[in-house]
Design a binder for this molecule. Structure first.
Ligand code: APR
Ligand code: PHB
Length: 391
């Protein structure tokens, strides 16, 4: 068994683990990042693409915004479409000038990996059998296998940034309280090689089900339609997907442009929170601790908030010997987590067709959509949640 020591052992090289690693590095704190997938796999995984200003600021602090500044697309509003009409929600106007940036999470991850490897910092891909130990006492350590050998990593703190299916949350299951909701639908998403047909994102309410028009760049569209959670992608040739997208987004005087489909997949939708987000010297961050349905575009942004709080707490602990911020880590994160949980659930409920739902449900949704697109206070509430509430 090979032994090694670091200050913070980070399990998972998603946006949470990688950003935490860079924030700690910039503060002079050592970390080792362990990832069970390959670099190619992690860099090819297509995820969301809406960054709150707070997320961009944090990536700036992590020193990884060179390409983001060049290629990120600033948006000042979104559209809500229902009843054959498209309504604009002027996010910036309603929130004192705040905006969002469109830049794929996949690109964020590529930039973070490149920064870490360029700086010669430890990031191990394709590790296996990761297990966390000793965090209830003062000597935590992580064991894993890499390059055919068994390894032990001693540390002061373990950061569980290993996503919803990781190993860190299950080991503390008995001290956790969990809250969850499964939705009876999923999203079928495609990446298409065609310029976006709309200048801003369009969230569509339709009797056939929800549809979302998003984008990745001036020449790439990202489009979603509501489907069954267990939908078989094999039943969805490209023509059928376009047909459904046209039907759900149709608007007089506007048309959806088609292009070659580069990627397609189905994702389930769930809300989930585990409390507390800490046990002893083990801290959970990002999807390891909470999941939101994608309708509010909050998953990545919440993960980034967690690691900001965790990095600041660790810096305070190492620099001044004070554990106050580490002790309040879970409570400090959960306030924002629950706000985002509510917002994401609310957006989801307002926009999707509930299987088995009736006309009463649809009337309520339409009334709510009408309200948020005609009342400034109601639109402001949506806008401030969408761009991300200030602390
Ligand atoms: N050992 C090491 N790594 C692991 C293990 C394990 N046992 N289990 C999972 N991982 C890795 C995954 O392969 C993944 O790369 O942990 C990483 C977790 O990354 P994400 O799932 O991306 O989660 P997180 O970093 O919290 O990012 C938050 O925002 O848009 C949302 O859900 C989306 O990924 C998203 C997230
Ligand atoms: C995306 O572009 O992938 C995207 C945008 C907005 C959402 C969810 C996903 O709410």
């Amino acid at each position: 068994m090979t032994h090694e020591r670091t200050q913070v052992a980070i399990v998972g090289a998603g946006p949470a683990g990688l950003t935490l690693g860079q924030l700690l590095y910039r503060a002079g704190i050592d970390a080792v990042v362990l990832e069970d997938r390959s670099r190619d796999y992690v860099e090819a995984r297509i995820r969301a693409g809406v960054l709150e200003q707070g997320t961009v600021d944090l990536l700036e602090r992590a020193g990884v915004t060179e390409r983001l500044q060049r290629e990120g697309i600033v948006h000042h509003g979104i559209y809500l479409q229902f009843d054959g009409e498209r309504h604009h929600i002027p996010l910036s106007e309603l929130t004192g000038g705040r905006s969002i940036v469109i830049y794929g999470q996949t690109e964020v991850v590529k930039d973070l990996i490149a920064a870490r490897l360029d700086a010669g910092l430890p990031l191990r891909f394709e590790v296996s059998n990761v297990a966390v130990h000793g965090f209830e006492g003062g000597e935590p350590f992580v064991t894993y296998e890499h390059d055919g050998g068994e390894r032990r990593l001693d540390c002061d703190v373990i950061a569980g940034c290993d996503g919803f299916h990781g190993v860190c949350r299950p080991v503390i299951e008995r001290v956790l309280r969990t809250y969850s909701r499964e939705y009876p639908f999923g999203w079928l998403g495609i990446l298409a090689d065609v310029a976006p047909s709309s200048d801003e994102l369009v969230y569509n309410h339709h009797a056939r089900g929800f549809a979302l028009l998003s984008l990745r760049s001036p020449t790439r569209s990202r489009l979603y339609i509501q489907c069954r959670p267990d939908e078989d992608i094999a039943d969805w040739p490209d023509e059928r997907i376009w047909e459904e997208l046209h039907a759900r987004t149709a608007l007089d005087g506007w048309s959806l442009e088609e292009g070659p489909v580069l990627e397609k997949g189905v994702t389930g939708m769930r809300s989930f929170v585990a409390e507390p987000m800490q046990h002893g010297r083990l801290f959970l961050a990002g999807d390891a601790a909470h999941i939101v349905p994608p309708t509010g575009a909050k998953g990545l942004n919440l993960a980034m908030h967690d690691v900001r709080v965790l990095a600041d707490a660790l810096i305070e602990w190492y620099d001044n010997g004070r554990a106050g911020l580490l002790d309040s880590y879970s409570a400090d994160c959960l306030r924002r987590v629950w706000r985002a949980e509510h917002f994401s659930w609310w957006m989801t409920s307002m926009l999707h067709r509930a299987p088995g739902g009736d006309e009463f449900d649809e009337k309520l949704q339409l009334s709510q959509l009408r309200y948020v697109t005609t009342s400034t206070p109601a639109a402001t509430s949506l806008a401030e949640n969408y761009v991300g509430l200030e602390e």
